[in-house]
Design a protein around this ligand. Structure first.
Ligand SMILES: *[C@@H]1O[C@H](CO)[C@@H](O)[C@H](O)[C@H]1NC(C)=O
Length: 454
């Protein structure tokens, strides 16, 4: 019986398993930008202005006419994580309510209060984006002072507070909380938009699931979609599916973005064709002249076939998707392909193929960030295998060519790869983050960007 259950369940699990991708951890540092959001959106000032106008449905305060709200204090916002739910928000502020009292005098009530609410974090059904919505908005009066004569204070103020202020203030101030959330939610609007990788395709940071909240951070799990312009999504080989985990040990309140090696591999697949190269220049970097004469020093048969030196043309075709590995402090780009060497012939004649080599080599990757893009620059690691395919100059020992090919890759091919990689890979549009300041760490199977606020 058990195995039937397993077949059913395990099938379900592997079927729904998301592509390993990226993971975003948001600490309190970034969320405290909500404070800025409150300032930027001038919510409370707008509220105060609104309060000055007659409100439909708002009960007049008994005994006070011509009521106005003014001098709203700059709000202080305190946020805390509520595990499994989202964030609790407390806005501490104050304001002055003015009006004419029923005795005809000018009246001022100075109140200090807290507006508290829970901002529940969910995933919007229609857009798939993270969305905050507020629940349980409540007003707590911290202090109330008035300019009314003290002999009529206790009864009057008590009645005023109990019967009216508690009814009036929530409808006046709770929309401020919602307005802040609208503002914050709008900052996520473009989180999952497709972003171009040059002309080669797009990357879209789609959410894998509803974001989760712990006692010290919010975690957003992405299942990014890497797509070619004509529409085919790039899948990852099954072997590289590893559960993603961010290492602990980052500063309290900090935020990180983790990009898996499998995700980087999928993005590089977009560039596979651009990595093909043909270098016809006779003089490349520090290399000796690329001619049949130079080659003959390694393979004497070449001199027999071409007694008069001819320029060499080397064609590289990458015939498997490139693969990124990230291990123990270093990251490599593995390339599999063919190198075919040709001898140029006279004008109008196509170059003649000398031989073809199957090669597997790796490049060391250096990561950096510029703008909202992850950049890679490479240098040659080593040649892992070299084997001879078709040859028009007979048999020879391809091992003899290792040095020649290594020099060629380093001087002629690596610049081509680095040129292609200039395009950069888009990073998700996260509120308030300045990626240029991010610190990069290499961890097992992933690259971590320790994010800083801009
Ligand atoms: C008002 O909010 C502040 C900040 O969160 C808190 O320290 C204070 O105790 C609150 N006061 C009341 C009366 O709830």
């Amino acid at each position: 019986m058990l195995w039937i259950l397993c077949v059913a369940l395990c099938g379900l699990l592997t079927g729904t398993r998301a592509e390993p991708g990226a993971l975003l951890r948001l600490g309190m540092g970034i969320l405290n930008q909500v404070q800025t959001a409150m300032d930027e959106s001038h919510i409370l000032e707008k509220m105060a202005a609104e309060a000055g106008k007659p409100q439909p449905g708002m009960k007049p305060i008994k005994g006070i006419t011509n009521m106005k709200v003014k001098d709203v204090l700059l709000p202080v916002i305190t946020l805390n994580f509520v595990p499994g739910v989202g964030i609790s928000q407390c806005v501490s502020t104050g304001m002055t309510i003015t009006g004419k009292s029923f005795m005809g005098g000018n009246m001022e009530i100075i109140i200090v209060l807290n507006i508290t609410a829970t901002n529940r974090l969910a995933q919007a059904q229609e857009t798939g984006l993270p969305v905050f919505s507020s629940e349980g908005c409540k007003i707590t009066l911290v202090s109330v002072k008035t300019n009314l004569p003290s002999n009529m204070l206790p009864k009057m103020v008590k009645k005023f507070l109990d019967s009216t202020l508690h009814k009036v203030l929530p409808s006046l101030l709770c929309p401020a909380i919602d307005a802040v959330l609208v503002y914050v939610n709008r900052k996520w609007d473009h989180l999952s938009d497709p972003m171009p990788v040059g002309q080669a395709g797009t990357v879209r940071y789609a959410l894998a699931a509803t974001p989760t909240t712990t006692a010290s951070y919010i975690e957003v799990d992405f299942s990014p979609v890497v797509q070619r312009p004509e529409g085919g999504a790039i899948k990852v080989a099954a072997e590289s599916e590893e559960p993603l985990a961010l290492p602990e040990g980052y500063a309290e309140g900090s935020s990180q973005l983790l990009l898996s090696a499998a995700f980087l591999t999928r993005q590089l697949a977009l560039l596979q064709e651009s990595l093909d190269a043909s270098v016809p220049e006779r003089k490349v970097g520090e290399l000796p002249p690329q001619t049949t004469e130079t080659l003959a020093a390694f393979i004497p048969d070449v001199a027999e076939a071409y007694p008069k030196p001819k320029p060499l043309v080397t064609q590289i075709r990458i015939n498997k998707p490139p693969k990124v590995t990230i291990k123990s402090g270093r990251s490599l780009l593995h390339l599999h392909g063919t190198l075919e060497l040709f001898a140029a012939r006279g004008r109008g004649k196509p170059p003649a193929s000398l031989f073809l080599l199957e090669a597997h080599f790796n490049l060391r990757i250096q990561y950096s960030v510029r703008g909202n893009r992850l950049r890679m620059a490479t240098s040659l690691g080593r040649i892992l295998s070299l084997s001879r395919g078709a040859s028009s100059i007979g048999d020879f020992d391809e091992k003899a060519l290792t040095g020649f090919i290594t020099d060629y890759l380093q001087e002629a091919y690596i610049p081509v790869v680095n040129d292609v990689l200039q395009v950069g890979f888009p990073l998700p549009d996260v509120l308030a983050v300045n990626y240029n300041l991010a610190e990069l760490d290499i961890v097992e199977n992933a690259l971590v960007l320790d994010l800083k606020l801009g």
